[in-house]
Design a protein around this ligand. Structure first.
Ligand code: HXC
Ligand code: NAP
Length: 296
């Protein structure tokens, strides 16, 4: 058994229709692929229809099942409503939403134009609350116990320099997750989030770890578990959270990062201390203890 294998049983998502925003590429595509394998009908949407259609074709050919591709800029409510209408028309109803679309790039914040900040915040935060609101209204009106999964980041709560618009927006997404999880629990609607660590994708790596940086700062050395994430690991957790197996979990954010976020621990710098140095340090501390006892 390995973390590179699917975790849930066959048919775990049968009779569910799940919309994955940004499902044509990267992690969205990996989640959509696994949901499809588990029996769900899949709707993928983002700005580039050609990319979506290629992914839909590839998935139907290699996995089977049904994939609907619809162009949609998540900053536009009419386009979101069109995705939902097309999904209902094709599959009868919508049961799940993965808010995965994002825009991001590294930059010193003072170099950003107002528009650059708006662009990232609008895709990540506005896109997520527009889509969630549109589906929430539909679910409540039609008494459907829908499930939302938001893809956040660990810096939503630690903060991070050089990705400030993304950090602000992802923090908003987390606040929405927890707030609505409580408010819409009465309707049986659940909202959860995943905070992934580094999972290599072209979209993220081109904008966050261009070659210049990748050469200098390898993840393997910075992550306590000494590796980047495997897409199937994230797809496994996502499938669980979107499925009925997680029926008692709501308002939760699960970190999947090999321990990366723990690096902030105040004494974690002690990782650099050698065994010989520990011998000397232990002696020093014990001496100090003896001296303080003598002084009493
Ligand atoms: C400074 C920049 C910039 C950069 C764009 N801008 N890139 N400013 N440094 N590197 C500015 C532009 O000059 C413009 O402002 C404004 O941002 C909008 O840029 P456009 O190119 O017109 O926008 P658009 O075509 O809508 O593209 C959006 C985008 C792009 C976000 C800029 O990168 C994109 O399409 N991203 C989608 C995919 C993505 O980002 N994936 C990564 C997600 S990874 P002005 O004022 O000049 O007009 C992720 C992981 C987090 O979130 C955690 C990892 C561990
Ligand atoms: P990605 O492949 O670049 O995915 C981003 C997706 O968002 C693309 O498919 C893109 O498609 C879509 N998108 C961008 N702007 C959009 C808009 N205005 N409307 C609709 N869709 C839009 O990168 P990824 O790494 O897989 O990221 C997926 C998610 O994981 C994001 O939420 C990201 O923040 C999160 N995440 C990733 C990592 C990582 O290490 N990879 C770590 C933490 C969190 P179009 O260009 O066709 O619109």
């Amino acid at each position: 058994m390995s973390y590179k294998e699917g975790m849930l049983r066959d048919g775990a998502l049968e009779n569910k229709t799940i919309i994955v925003t940004g499902g044509g590429t990267g992690l969205g595509k990996s989640m959509a692929t696994y949901f499809l394998k588990l029996g769900a009908n899949i709707v993928i949407c983002s700005r580039r229809l050609e990319v979506l259609e290629n992914t839909a074709k590839e998935l139907e050919e290699h996995v089977g099942g049904k994939v609907l591709a619809v162009a949609c800029d998540v900053r536009k409510t009419d386009e979101i409503e069109n995705v939902i209408a097309r999904s209902i028309e094709k599959f009868g109803q919508v049961d799940g939403l993965v808010n995965n679309s994002a825009g991001n790039f590294i930059s010193p914040t003072e170099r950003l134009s107002y528009k650059a900040v708006d662009t990232v915040v609008d895709i990540v935060l506005r896109g997520t609350y527009y889509f969630t609101l549109a589906l929430g209204k539909y679910w409540i009106e039609n008494k459907i116990k829908g499930t939302v999964l938001n893809i956040s980041t660990t810096y939503a709560w630690t903060g991070s320099g050089w990705v400030v618009p993304s950090a602000m927006a992802k923090a908003g997404v987390l606040a929405m997750t927890k707030s609505l999880a409580f408010e819409w629990a009465d309707h049986g609607i659940r909202l959860n989030a995943i905070a992934p660590g580094p999972f290599p994708t072209k979209g993220a790596w081109d904008r966050l770890f261009p070659e210049e940086l990748a050469k200098k700062f390898s993840f393997e050395n910075r992550i306590p578990l000494q590796r980047v994430g495997d897409h199937q690991e994230l797809a496994n957790l996502a499938a669980y959270l979107i499925s009925d197996f997680s029926a008692y979990i709501t308002g939760e954010v699960i970190t999947l990062d090999g321990g990366e976020v723990l690096s902030a621990g105040q004494f974690n710098f002690l990782k650099e201390v050698s065994d010989d140095q520990w011998d000397a340090i232990e002696d020093q501390i014990k001496n100090a203890n003896r001296n303080s006892k003598k002084a009493e």
